[in-house]
Design a protein around this ligand. Sequence first.
Ligand code: NAD
Length: 285
Amino acid sequence: MSIDKVLVVGSGQMGRGIAQVCAQCGMEVILTDVDPQALATAKETVAWSVGKLIQKGKLVEDLESVVGRIRTTTDLSDAAQVDVAIEAVFEDRELKQHIFKKLDELSGPDALLASNTSAIPITELAAATQRPERVVGIHFFNPVPMMEAVEVIKGLCTSDGHMERAMDFVRRLQKEPIRVESDVPGFLLNRINLVSYVEAIRLLEAGIGTVEDIDRGVRLAFGRKMGPFETGDMVGLDVSFGALTAIYEETKDARYYPPQLLRRKVRAGLLGRKSGRGWYDYPRD
Ligand code: NAD
């Protein structure tokens, strides 16, 4: 069964990026959020990003056609018409379970239900629905239009058929699906990435190195495009904190215990690029 109509729930950093790549690949998209301002920002950001890709010759279609495929609404009941619904709201277990219950009630029986969660087990989200076999994890990386890897995660009850549909959907978005056979918290790639982020913060806390030196060293020594603090600011300190907390709660593995400095920055609202300050400062102009 082909996927032509997509619902994206949550129009923040990730949701708007997911909406954009779906529209770029010819799918009709309904982008929904409880916050009308977030939807307005998402529209502007997507238009800017698509415009850049056209300018660079990476997209041949005109801006209006791509952006015209995305309809924004605060009404979740539009879920009735879609082939796949992708949830990308805050990293909050109860909120996500509430959304999955709603999506299950509202969507047609054949719709695939997916979460972009960074760390919450898919099985727990699926448990909020009557048809857990159609619930999968489709975990995009930030910034969505640029990053090629997408984890496709099997929950305990996800059927092989729905898993294959999700893998095909990711290929249609011209991305590489990375199959994750079990929904262990953090899945595959965040398990690896978050350990190095935590270690970098602990080295900073101990005064062993500075933010700038650690980032520069990691870029130059390991061939990464960004250091752990640069990535942390882009992702959002609250998002990483949420992911670490979810993994730690589930595993009690001390490697994932959120460091004190990260916790304090999140409490102070220093969330990274989106708040203007995190590990670095981002002047508004
Ligand atoms: P964000 O804070 O930028 O956006 C979340 C959006 O969800 C907000 O616009 C908010 O208004 C909306 N929202 C909240 N409650 C809602 C509801 N009931 N219905 C509809 N919309 C609602 O968050 P984000 O960074 O886009 O992260 C979203 C999800 O993606 C999280 O689960 C996060 O862990 C995951 N994720 C984030 C990154 C990243 O780098 N930021 C990477 C991979 C996965």
